[in-house]
Design a protein around this ligand. Structure first.
Ligand code: GZL
Ligand code: ZN
Length: 357
């Protein structure tokens, strides 16, 4: 168990550290070229949605390290600063530059039909990564690779259900608020649905859903407002780690404590990603009770897709990555969702010393 978690987290951090070296930081809005034009390299234009979270930074580094000059690529990176208009402009620029492939990490699901039609008319394959696009005609993109966000939500909701039962907490005594991600993003849609469906199924008191836009600042603001509105919150469901850090700041500023002991008045924090190091530290300290892993390392997966396409082969239309669920709390060992069993990875203190970074 521990080895798996350690291997998983070390692979994740190794992936990040090995990728990070040697690549300059790109200021928002600038584009980055790794390579020179007309060198027989495969030109990949990547429209990244922003730099809002540790997950996003890890995802960008994973992409950069996959598409290097040494591996025969020219990589053009455009930061959308969390605005769809910027991403659409980037895609149009890639079309003008006649890149070989367009990779899109879409900030929200809708509004892509026209620009993807332009890419299709220009004969440029489009690969969607991370969040999904909601288009009339699915031939507008070659394939998608990312997470099953609804399953991530179902996992932590099932963890909460089992935990509550193990502590003899009645379902109606769970007073939950959801600090959502960017509204309209697949990660927000799926995670919100996972919780809302469980709340209905088990009879939990889901009191509010407020966007924290996946950022620490907005997460803190959302939590401050909720603490003014409700005096009985005992579970805060944060749709990513950065917003969870903000929520914890807001809660502790009122003198309340975060932790799993709801019966003693603690407020339970549930989160997603498992990339931000501070969040992992807080999970080890039982301040974040449960984290659903959301794996950011899509670079190698997208490169494998492009290699297939270069050989004239057809990648799967949709590829989901396998992800774990982390907790330092040992009350819940396994979860069953739709007859499939998922192991909870119990994280322990000694991981802090064994982590090499
Ligand atoms: C999930 C990704 C989400 C992360 C957030 O794949 O889209 O966006 O969960 C990030 O941290 O901002
Ligand atoms: Zn170039």
């Amino acid at each position: 168990m521990k080895k798996r978690w350690l291997a998983g987290i070390l692979a994740l951090m190794m992936g990040i550290t090995s990728i990070g070296c040697g690549v300059g930081v790109i200021s928002p809005g600038e584009s980055e070229h790794q390579g020179t034009t007309n060198t027989g390299r495969i030109v990949v234009g990547f429209s990244q949605l922003g730099a809002e979270s540790d997950w996003r930074s890890a995802n960008s580094q994973s992409m950069r390290s996959a598409f290097t000059k040494e591996k025969g690529y020219e990589f053009i990176f455009e930061d959308g600063q969390q605005k769809q208009a910027n991403q659409i402009t980037a895609i149009r620029t890639f079309i003008q530059q006649e890149v070989d492939y367009i990779v899109l990490a879409p900030v929200t699901e809708t509004g892509w039909d026209n620009v993807l039609q332009e890419a299709k008319d220009a004969g440029i394959p489009v690969i969607i990564v991370d969040r999904m696009v909601d288009v009339e005609d699915e031939s507008l993109f070659t394939c998608w690779v990312g997470s099953n966000f609804e399953l991530e939500g179902q996992k932590v909701a099932e963890w909460l259900n089992q935990y509550a039962k193990s502590q003899n907490i009645q379902p109606e005594d769970l007073h939950i608020v959801n600090i959502q991600g960017t509204i309209g993003a697949s990660a927000q849609i799926g995670r919100t649905k996972g919780l809302a469906d469980a709340a209905k199924k088990y009879g939990w008191d889901l009191m509010a859903e407020v966007s924290g836009d996946f950022t620490q600042a907005k997460g803190r603001e959302a939590m401050e407002a909720l603490l003014k509105q409700f005096d009985n919150i005992n579970v805060v469901y944060c749709e990513n780690d950065n917003s969870a850090l903000g929520a914890i700041q807001a809660i502790e500023a009122t003198g309340k404590k975060v932790g799993p002991n709801i019966a003693e008045g603690e407020i339970m924090i549930i989160s997603f990603d498992g990339v931000n190091e501070e969040a992992i530290q807080l999970a080890l300290e039982h301040k974040i009770t449960c984290i659903a892993e959301c794996n950011p390392l899509h670079g190698p997966r997208v490169e494998a897709i492009i290699e297939l396409l270069e050989k004239g082969q057809k990648p799967d239309k949709f590829s989901y990555v396998d992800e774990m669920i982390y907790s330092a709390n040992e009350s819940v060992k396994t979860l069953t969702i739709d007859d499939k069993e998922y192991e909870v990875t119990i994280i322990t203190e000694d991981i802090l010393t064994e982590r090499q970074y």
